[in-house]
Design a protein around this ligand. Structure first.
Ligand code: ADP
Ligand code: MG
Length: 386
């Protein structure tokens, strides 16, 4: 992921705006967190901290801080302008765009329905002071210098203060915190090099160290019992390269909720890609069950259309059939490498049992809880050694 590196924010021209599938992205606190975290990742942050405060059954404050590139005093107010972005100059840049954001509307949308305080300092601006801007309902109330470390802190309070209908539909804070955890998990899996921490009312809900090792992130988030049932996947063809882990068929879920798939490090939901992975297991999986998957697919950016939906959770891939075939083939090779599928027959019709498959048995201690790390175990899992 390339960061926006403090490049100047510009307002997109009219014809680009009409073609970027723009739309409202702020439905709830969790969508605010998603947008702010994505901005932090685009800013090249190594550490992202999310803090949620709730009182009296309502979310009262959402804060996201990062140590990314920050903004200089000239750029900071523009970040609140609608369709203002530093990530693309026009629609022609979209095919090569590698950042998570590009529409320049998230901060404008959030500020239009909340009280937002932005504190930011450019990493390479050289100045000693940063900028503090207060925006309420889309209007800048104050702007001035402030002392702060480089990076960005955005605090969102009184969300939906001017849209009572939307306020009424908010879920209780505990449900919102669960949604936020899910969003951070997805981001952490797609960006294992970034450290995430999520605090709710001074209680740490989640923490991922961001050491750049996906297995480390999996162990922190899901514990040893999931981690030890993972099979390494690395490979690809002309259209797609795959990197990550898939579960041994002994670990399944009743739906796709733990199929974490990202395309070019953008966490997405795709029936096509999830279906291809599921199909590759063939009859190794019981009917109606799904594997646990942590996979990043690298596909040439011009072949991926991210401009399908305002939340960018869906993408469209060109040459779908070829991509699908390559995915099936890499997954089947990985399963065959673990002796779960007879290596000689990696065709779609191979049945478990026909080639004396051996289920892996890792000689590891029982799970002692999430957050436990054991380098030896990780090594075994990564190499698939017994
Ligand atoms: P987009 O991400 O689509 O560009 P946003 O409204 O989310 O639109 O953000 C507008 C601009 O503000 C970004 O393009 C970026 O230049 C700047 N910005 C927002 N958040 C951050 C951040 N955490 N660090 C640095 N710059 C940021
Ligand atoms: Mg954004």
């Amino acid at each position: 992921m390339t960061s926006s590196k403090g490049s100047r924010i510009r307002v997109l021209d009219e014809s680009t705006v009409t073609r970027i599938a723009a739309g409202e992205v702020v439905e709830r606190p969790a969508s605010v967190v998603k947008e702010l975290c994505e901005n932090a990742i685009d800013a090249g942050a190594g550490t992202i901290r999310v803090s949620l405060v709730s009182r009296g059954g309502r979310v009262t404050s959402i804060q996201v801080s990062d140590d990314g590139c920050g903004m200089d005093p000239g750029d900071a107010p523009l970040a609140f302008a609608r369709y203002a972005t530093s990530k693309i100059c026009g629609i022609d840049d979209l095919p090569s765009c590698t950042t998570l954001g590009f529409r320049g509307e998230a901060l404008a949308s959030i500020a239009s329905v909340a009280h937002v305080t932005l504190v930011t300092k450019s990493r390479d601006g050289g100045g000693i002071s940063g900028t503090r801007i207060v925006n309420r309902g889309g209007e800048i109330l104050s702007q001035g210098e402030t002392g702060c470390p480089s990076g960005t802190v955005i605090t969102v309070e009184e969300l939906f203060f001017n849209t009572p209908a939307r306020e009424k539909f908010q879920k209780p804070p505990a449900a919102e915190a669960a949604l936020i955890s899910g969003i951070i998990e997805r981001l952490a899996i797609a960006h294992p090099e970034t450290s995430f921490e999520f605090i709710h009312n001074n209680r740490r809900v989640l923490s991922v160290p961001g050491k750049g090792d996906l297995m480390d992130a999996i162990m922190h988030l899901y514990g040893l019992s999931v981690a030890r049932q993972m099979i390494r996947v690395q490979g690809g063809g002309q259209r797609v390269r795959m990197d990550g882990y898939i579960s041994n068929p002994s670990l399944t879920r009743k739906n796709q909720y733990q199929m974490y798939i990202s395309v070019n490090k953008r966490s997405i939901s795709s029936r096509l890609l999830a279906g291809a992975i599921r199909d590759a297991y063939g009859t190794l999986l019981p009917a109606g069950r799904y594997p646990v998957v942590f996979l990043d697919l690298t596909i040439a950016t011009p072949e991926v259309d991210v401009n399908v939906h305002p939340t960018k959770r869906e993408v469209r891939v060109s040459r779908e059939e070829e991509v699908r075939e390559e995915i099936v083939s890499v997954i089947r090779e990985s399963l065959a490498g673990e002796c779960l599928i007879p290596a000689a027959d990696s065709g779609q019709n191979a049945l478990p049992g026909t080639g004396d498959p051996v289920r892996l048995q890792y000689g590891v201690p029982e799970e002692t809880g999430s957050g436990v790390r054991e380098p030896l175990l990780r090594e075994r899992i990564a190499t698939g050694r017994q």
